[in-house]
Design a protein around this ligand. Structure first.
Ligand SMILES: CC(C)(COP(=O)(O)OP(=O)(O)OC[C@H]1O[C@@H](n2cnc3c(N)ncnc32)[C@H](O[C@H]2O[C@H](COP(=O)(O)OP(=O)(O)OP(=O)(O)O)[C@@H](O)[C@H]2O)[C@@H]1O)[C@@H](O)C(=O)NCCC(=O)NCCS
Ligand code: ADE
Length: 297
C-alpha cells in the first residue's frame, strides 16, 4: 500500500467512523482527507511539508477536518428541511450554519484558516444534495452542480459587484482584478471541476491509474487553469501566471505519468515555497473533484 493509501485509511478510521452519519457527509469528509494526504502538492500543506505556510501543518488540517465534519450532516439536513424554500431564502438560511462551522474550524486550528473555502463549497454541495433527495429528484454530478448554481444565482453580482463592503480577500481581488473566486466557482456550478479536473480524473481512472495518480493529474490541471484567488492574494497576477505556466509545462510533458514530471513536482513545490505562493483554492477543488466523481452516472 502507498503512503497515501495508508494514511487515508488511518484517517478514515480516526475521523470518519460514524456510520450514523449520512453518506454525502461521509463522502465530504473522505474528500477532505484525500486532499490533505495527496502529496506532493506544490505550495500546499501535504504529508511531506507545510508548503508555503508558516502557521499550519498536516496536523492542523486533521484538527480542522475533525471539527468541521460533524457539521456536514447539518448542511445536508438543512437542504432536506428547506427544500421548498426559494433559492434566495435557501442561501440566506444555510449561511449562518456555514459561519458557525467556520467558527468551529478557527477554534480547532487556533485561528488559522484551513478550510474556509472548503466549508463554503461543501456546505452548498451537501445542502443541494439534501434538497434533491427531499424532492425525489435524480442525484448526479449534473443535478448537484445545477442545484448549487441555482442556489447561488446572482451571488457574484450581489456580493462582489454591488455590496462589496467587508473587504474580504475575495472582495478586494474582485475590485482589483475582477476575479470571482469561490463565489464565482459556486455560481457556475463548479465549472472548473466539471470542465477540467473531473474529466481528467475520470479519464485517468478509465486508464486504470491508482487514485493518487489520478488526483495528482487532476491537480496539475487545476494549477494550470484555476483562477485561484489565494495565489493572487499572495503573489498578484504575476504569481498566478507563474503557477499556471509551470503546471502547463508539466502537462505538456505528459503530466504525472511521466516519472520526470513527478520529480519536477517536488521542484515546483520548493519554488512555490520560495515565492510564498499557495494554491488553496485549487486544493478545495481537488476535494470537490473526488467528491463529485462519487456521483457519476
Ligand atoms: C464566500 C466566502 C468563501 C468568502 O470568502 P472571500 O471573500 O475571502 O472569498 P474568496 O477569496 O473568493 O475565497 C475564499 C476561499 O475560497 C477558496 N478559493 C480561492 N479561489 C478559489 C477558486 N477559484 N475556486 C474555488 N475556491 C477558491 C480559498 O480557500 C482555500 O484557501 C484557504 C487557505 O489559504 P491561505 O493562503 O492560508 O489563506 P489565508 O489564511 O486567507 O491567507 P494568508 O494570510 O495565509 O495568505 C482555505 O480557506 C481553503 O479552503 C479561499 O480562501 C465565505 O467565506 C463566506 O461567505 N463564508 C460564510 C459561510 C457561508 O456562506 N457558507 C455558505 C454555505 S455553507
Ligand atoms: N492542503 C492545503 N494546503 C493549504 N491550504 C489549503 N486549503 C485547503 N487545503 C489546503
Amino acid at each position: 500500500m502507498s503512503d497515501y493509501s495508508q494514511q487515508v485509511a488511518l484517517l478514515e478510521l480516526q475521523l470518519n467512523n460514524d456510520s450514523n452519519r449520512c453518506l454525502p457527509a461521509q463522502l465530504a469528509t473522505k474528500a477532505l482527507i484525500k486532499e490533505i494526504c495527496l502529496s506532493p502538492k506544490p505550495g500546499l500543506v501535504d504529508m511531506n511539508n507545510s508548503g508555503a505556510h508558516r502557521d499550519m501543518d498536516f496536523q492542523t488540517f486533521i484538527q480542522s477536518i475533525s471539527a468541521i465534519c460533524v457539521w456536514f450532516e447539518r448542511f445536508y439536513q438543512y437542504g432536506k428541511t428547506s427544500a421548498l424554500h426559494d433559492n434566495n431564502l435557501f442561501l440566506a438560511g444555510i449561511r449562518p450554519i456555514g459561519i458557525e462551522c467556520e467558527q468551529a474550524m478557527f477554534k480547532a486550528t487556533n485561528q488559522v484558516n484551513t478550510h474556509k473555502g472548503g466549508i463554503f463549497a461543501f456546505g452548498l454541495l451537501l445542502g443541494a444534495i439534501g434538497k434533491l433527495e427531499q424532492l425525489n429528484l435524480p442525484i448526479n454530478i449534473q443535478s448537484i452542480c445545477n442545484e448549487v448554481s441555482s442556489i447561488c444565482q446572482g451571488i457574484v453580482q450581489s456580493e462582489l459587484k454591488q455590496n462589496n463592503l467587508t473587504n474580504s480577500v475575495g472582495e478586494k481581488l474582485f475590485k482589483r482584478h475582477n476575479l470571482t473566486g469561490a463565489r464565482g466557482e459556486a455560481e457556475s456550478g463548479y465549472a472548473t471541476v466539471r470542465n477540467i479536473s473531473l474529466p481528467i480524473f475520470q479519464q485517468m481512472q478509465k486508464n486504470s491509474y491508482d487514485e493518487e495518480t489520478c488526483l495528482l493529474q487532476a491537480m496539475l490541471h487545476l494549477l494550470a487553469f484555476n483562477q485561484d484567488t489565494n495565489v493572487v492574494s499572495r503573489g498578484g497576477l504575476d504569481g498566478l501566471a507563474f503557477v499556471q505556466e509551470q503546471a502547463k509545462n508539466l502537462i505538456k510533458q505528459g503530466g504525472i505519468i511521466n516519472p520526470k514530471v513527478r520529480e519536477n513536482l517536488y521542484q515546483l513545490d520548493s519554488e512555490l515555497i520560495k515565492r510564498n505562493l499557495s494554491p488553496g483554492g485549487s486544493a478545495d477543488l481537488i476535494a470537490i473533484t473526488w467528491f463529485l466523481s462519487q456521483y457519476n452516472g
